[in-house]
Design a protein around this ligand. Structure first.
Ligand code: DAH
Length: 357
């Protein structure tokens, strides 16, 4: 009994010593030392626990419990005192953590100007009832040329010189037996007209945004890879008047100002009649400036009524359908809207470009 009392007194005096030491500690490192001396691997209380076998068996449980209580009391006290140091640190040093300061703002990325333009165009045309459709960038010769009324050796093929691929593989997803398996990087989004009409019956209206490729020398206004948006609306009595109205609404919404549209006679193998689509120059309001070559007009793209040979290629009945198609360059829209002077900036990878939008 006496021995037991001695042991308990011993533990209690250890507890008092430690709590006092914690109370008097002036720094976190002092607390650390106290922890190691009493609760560390060879600390006083750990050794007491290890020596528990030296006392009579019946007393062991009570004694062990006592030691564990003391350990818990010391741990609590250490934690409280650490909290005090942390709080003082926050309040008294400017290098410390001030949880009331606003957080560091994480920089958001920027959408590329072409992505912004594409989304804007899609949004406007969607609101006019157009579906947004995509097609493959690796295209076969038939869809890119022949079906669009550009047969082999036709001089118009020079305008759409491209990168030919060696692969003999045919592109799937076409219900047609493709006569020519030669593959290329598509030179325009127009082949998606064919792909869509092969799979759908009129009436419909779609736009087709996407990358296109040309084999040509680059300069401030030419790139070998750029983006187009194609449009196609086919039905029983779709006319040039419908085109002129829709494209006028589109331009006004896109540029946010009143726009005059002019259709100029032109030539494309896949449309008849064909037009160049001009809008009044936004930089000089049509008065004439260096951007519009002092004509007052800016050329935006090509358009026309879908050629009968194109409808023949997809086996539409010419007596039942007619429609318009158009094709615009996305870079041109972006360059005009954001006044970007060189087309090569778009693919330069220089984030100073996208950070501005
Ligand atoms: N595909 C033509 C080009 O890349 C652009 C174009 C012109 C598309 C007239 C059309 C169109 O749909 O009707 O130059």
């Amino acid at each position: 009994m006496k021995k037991n009392n001695d042991e308990n007194t011993n533990i209690l005096s250890i507890k008092n010593d430690v709590l006092q030491a914690i109370h008097g500690a002036n720094s976190a490192s002092e607390l650390n030392k106290i922890y190691n001396a009493y609760l560390g691997k060879n600390g006083v209380l750990r050794n007491l626990l290890r020596s528990i076998g030296d006392i009579p068996a019946e007393k062991r449980p009570g004694y062990a419990k006592e030691i564990h209580n003391v350990i818990a009391a010391i741990e609590n006290s250490l934690r409280d005192k650490e909290g005090v140091f942390l709080e003082n640190n926050i309040q008294t040093t400017d290098k410390g953590l001030d949880i009331t300061m606003p957080g560091i703002k994480i920089k958001n990325g920027h959408l590329h100007p072409l992505t912004l333009i594409e989304r804007r165009i899609e949004h406007i045309f969607s609101s006019l009832g157009f579906g947004v459709v995509e097609g493959p960038e690796v295209e076969d010769e038939w869809h890119n040329f022949d079906a669009l009324n550009i047969p082999k050796n036709h001089p118009a093929r020079d305008m759409w010189d491209t990168f030919w691929l060696r692969s003999k593989q045919k592109i799937s997803n076409s219900k047609k037996q493709i006569p020519s398996p030669r593959l290329l990087l598509r030179t325009h989004t127009s082949p998606v007209q064919i792909r869509y009409m092969e799979m759908h019956e009129p009436p419909f209206r779609i736009i087709v945004p996407g990358k296109v490729y040309r084999f040509e020398a680059t300069d401030a206004s030419h790139e070998l890879q750029f983006n187009q948006v194609e449009g196609l609306m086919v039905g029983k009595d779709i006319s040039v008047a419908n085109f002129k109205y829709i494209i006028g609404v589109f331009f006004e919404r896109f540029f946010g100002t009143k726009i005059n549209v002019r259709l100029r006679a032109s030539y494309f193998p896949f449309t008849e009649p064909s037009f160049e689509v001009d809008i009044n120059c936004l930089f000089c309001s049509g008065k004439g400036c260096s951007t519009c070559g002092h004509s007052g007009w800016l050329e935006m793209g090509g358009a026309g009524m879908v050629h009968s040979e194109v409808f023949n290629a997809v086996k539409y009945d010419l007596k039942l359908v007619q429609g318009f198609a158009f094709g615009f360059g996305l870079e041109r829209f972006a360059m005009m809207k954001y006044r970007i002077p060189d087309i090569r900036l778009f693919n330069s990878g220089d984030i100073r470009l996208s950070q501005q939008f």
